[in-house]
Design a protein around this ligand. Structure first.
Ligand code: GTP
Length: 255
């Protein structure tokens, strides 16, 4: 069922520059999205499609920043569970994110979207270091900022990096692009009776273990009152649709 257009929060009323319901959005993309139908790695056609989706949002006048994961390349947690040192495994995961970030940057620039990659771990020859005020300035100039290397620290996930950067950037929304079109009472791929939530509170996500994002990310978003919109990024054009308040998604919010 399609959601009704979103109510703007009072603080948002002052910002009227974009045609969307939000002015500054952090898009979280899991690494798996970038592999398309493959079992690992990067599918260039899928990355190009995601880049087009981002372009459509930018054309609406929305400021966009992106946090990408690395599940298509390397997962720190899996590395650790197979006997690797956790910190080393997480460092490898963060380097995987940098690869995905550079790939997204290339795809976005191919369709004419100006971008900057900022990394949480310094690698000055490859991209800019993360500097909060500079990232905001880039977005004010219409550039898409891709935050790479997660939080720059082991033991955190790219979901936590998304909530952290969204908080630092004063984003109005975390848009979490996933394989499914929202949050369900159970895994819809397994349980045919699973029902989709239109809205759900942060606390319900945590207590019912709804697995939208990890608990640290949910708590951070809750503390900073940033709604999380869960939507399917597999459907072309969906990102633009959902940030206008149309289409299918679940909103995690207390309001
Ligand atoms: P404005 O000052 O707003 O115009 O920003 P700008 O990013 O265009 O200017 P700047 O001269 O800082 O950067 C020019 C280019 O160099 C951009 O593509 C940046 O991403 C890149 N750049 C800036 N700092 C670094 C860095 O520390 N490392 C790497 N690899 N690239 C950088």
């Amino acid at each position: 069922m399609a959601n009704a257009p979103l109510q703007l929060k009072e603080k948002d009323m002052k910002k009227t520059s974009s045609k969307a319901a939000y002015d500054r959005v952090l898009l979280k993309i899991s690494g798996e999205v970038l592999m398309g139908k493959n079992e690992f790695g990067i599918d260039p056609a899928t990355v190009a499609r995601v880049a087009n989706d981002v372009k459509e949002a930018v054309e609406l006048g929305v400021q966009v920043c992106i946090v990408v994961g690395a599940g298509n390349i390397f997962r720190g947690v899996s590395g650790a569970s197979s006997g690797m040192d956790r910190t080393t495994a997480d460092h490898m995961g963060m380097l995987g994110i940098v690869i995905n970030a550079l790939c997204l940057q290339n795809a976005l620039e191919s369709v004419g979207v100006d971008t900057r990659v900022q990394s949480g771990i310094r690698m000055d020859e490859i991209c800019e270091p993360y500097i909060r005020r500079r990232a905001i300035r880039h977005m004010d100039k219409g550039r898409v900022v891709i935050f790479a290397a997660g939080t720059g620290n082991p033991y955190f996930t790219s979901d936590t990096a998304a909530a952290l950067r969204a908080s630092e950037m004063n984003c109005d929304l975390i848009a979490k692009g996933t394989k499914v079109d929202g949050v369900y009472t159970a895994d819809p791929m397994i349980d045919k009776e699973a029902k989709k939530y239109e809205r759900v509170s942060y606390l319900d996500v945590l207590t019912k273990d709804l697995r939208v994002m990890d608990a640290t990310a949910i708590s951070l978003a809750r503390e900073n009152e940033i709604p999380i919109m869960v939507f399917s990024i597999r459907e072309p054009g969906n990102f633009k649709k959902v940030i206008k308040g149309d289409g299918d998604f679940t909103l995690v919010t207390d309001s």
